[in-house]
Write a protein that binds this ligand. Structure first.
Ligand SMILES: CC(C)(COP(=O)(O)OP(=O)(O)OC[C@H]1O[C@@H](n2cnc3c(N)ncnc32)[C@H](O)[C@@H]1OP(=O)(O)O)[C@@H](O)C(=O)NCCC(=O)NCCS
Length: 233
């Protein structure tokens, strides 16, 4: 005979607690939810699309507008077949169930744990490859032990200004604290309006970085970057 007291006392499976364990929900306020990325084709495609859209100017400077689809493929490929920890570094925000934003974190040692792979690079001409190498030179960042680096944060233009960026930064801080970090930092072009958001979140500019003459512009398409940091308490 069916006995409800027995069924309700069964321990919940991970799936019941977290929903689909491969895409565990980390935050939900009824409108916006945040979860880790998965290796699904949809997530890989979304991350590639959004990172390239959010930083389009940078990619067009490094390569060309015609190469933007290849840049999307590069970022999507980068998400294939990685260890579970890799997907924990990627946060996807959804607004009313629609994918809306991405935040990618990096910690000390990640470049060894998740190395760049030649096979992820789609066929590109020499000029595009050189442009990407220069961009990497201008933007690559060593992450010291005890710090968390916000590598990418981008929200679909249809959803900007609704607080999703703030929620993603809050989630980044929670993750950084969970992993024992005392500081979280990021780099932003000094003329990027996103600086307002970071200042409101408590980030302060530690230094501004520009290379002599037009060096930084040649590498990145931006003249000056601010390195911003927040102490986590
Ligand atoms: C920066 C960004 C992630 C913020 O997400 P969001 O959901 O719009 O952020 P919130 O609604 O929580 O906060 C609003 C703040 O976002 C920033 N913002 C909004 N639209 C922006 C845009 N088109 N470009 C840059 N920053 C923008 C501003 O700081 C804004 O505050 P302000 O109105 O006082 O200037 C998002 O605007 C974006 O993807 N921009 C393009 C990519 C980018 O520049 N990323 C940061 C690189 S360091």
């Amino acid at each position: 005979m069916f006995n409800p007291s027995v069924t309700t006392q069964q321990p919940l499976s991970l799936g019941q607690i977290y929903g689909d364990v491969t895409s565990r929900e980390l935050f939900n306020n009824g409108t916006v939810s945040v979860r880790n990325a998965t290796e699904s084709a949809e997530d890989m495609e979304f991350v590639g699309k959004l990172v390239v859209e959010g930083f389009e100017r940078k990619f067009v400077h490094a390569t060309s507008r015609a190469s933007l689809p290849a840049m999307r493929t590069l970022y999507s490929n980068n998400m294939k077949g990685r260890p579970p920890l890799f997907y924990e570094r990627h946060f996807i925000a959804e607004c009313n169930g629609e994918k809306a934003g991405v935040c990618v974190l990096r910690y000390h040692g990640d470049s060894k744990l998740f190395p760049e792979r030649d096979e992820d690079v789609p066929p590109l001409g020499c000029c595009d490859l050189c442009g990407l190498v220069l961009l990497d030179l201008g933007t690559s960042t060593e992450v010291p032990a005890g710090k968390c680096y916000v590598d990418h944060i981008t929200v679909d233009s249809r959803f900007r200004g609704k607080g999703i960026g703030k929620i993603l930064l809050d989630m980044a801080e929670i993750d950084a604290k969970k992993r024992g970090c005392k500081e979280i930092f990021l780099g932003v072009a000094t003329n990027n309006r996103a600086k307002n958001l970071y200042e409101r979140q408590g980030y302060v500019t530690k230094e501004t970085i520009s290379l002599c003459c037009c060096g930084m512009w040649c590498l990145t398409g931006e003249r000056e970057f601010a390195s911003m940091e927040k102490v986590l308490i």
